[in-house]
Write a protein that binds this ligand. Structure first.
Ligand SMILES: [Zn+2]
Length: 198
């Protein structure tokens, strides 16, 4: 199967970004002209734009594009969705897993769309708390379900590589709405995301 490399960058802002990353390298005591660094400002400029592409994407439109009438009213859960984002305080990555559940109320969406919603909000400068509630709100407002739950477990490089250097700490954030505000539903969800059965 052919692998198609998708480049996501805006030619108009490239010269400015390249210039500033090159200046930053100098200020940090590096020589941007040395062999290994010659193309680094350009690579960083492209990588950063890729990681910020969520600003141009619409989570609600993605969910609406695969919204189907369906009478199922059991909990739908997608767990262990890979997540890579950037902390807005240090511009360093945080990464982990998202678990999303909702209880439909007439409409369901494609399962892959839930994973895409995670990417839309993760590919921006973020704090984990806001990322969690943005995912919840998009599902709540688009599908009008009976309940939504979002849990994110992530490791933050800004904590692991600098500052307190807590290598193994995992930050967990959660947001619950509707049926999931009831203890019984929430504990069923928690049991499902912590079980080893896939
Ligand atoms: Zn940080």
């Amino acid at each position: 199967m052919a692998f198609k490399k998708i480049e996501q960058y805006d030619e108009k802002i490239m010269p400015g970004l390249i210039h500033h990353y090159s200046e930053s390298l100098k200020l940090l005591g590096e020589d941007p002209e040395r062999e290994g660094l010659v193309k680094t400002p350009e690579r960083v400029a492209k990588a950063m734009q890729y990681m910020m592409q969520g600003y141009d994407q619409d989570a609600r439109a993605i969910l609406n594009s695969a919204k189907f009438k369906e009478s199922v009213s059991e909990m739908i859960l997608v767990k262990d969705i890979e997540l890579y984002s950037m902390c807005e305080h240090h511009m360093l990555p945080f990464f982990g897993k998202a678990h999303i559940a909702y209880i439909p109320n007439g409409y369901i969406t494609g399962l892959s769309k839930l994973a895409r919603v995670v990417d839309v909000y993760a590919r921006r400068l973020q704090v984990q708390e806001r990322l969690t509630t943005q995912i919840l709100d998009a599902i709540k407002e688009t599908l009008n379900p009976l309940g939504v739950a979002v849990v994110i477990e992530a490791k933050h490089l800004c904590m692991m590589m600098r500052g307190v250097q807590k290598q193994n700490s995992v930050t967990t954030t959660s947001a619950f709405w509707g049926e999931f505000e009831k203890n019984e539903t929430r504990s069923e969800f928690t049991k499902l995301i912590t079980s080893r059965l896939h």
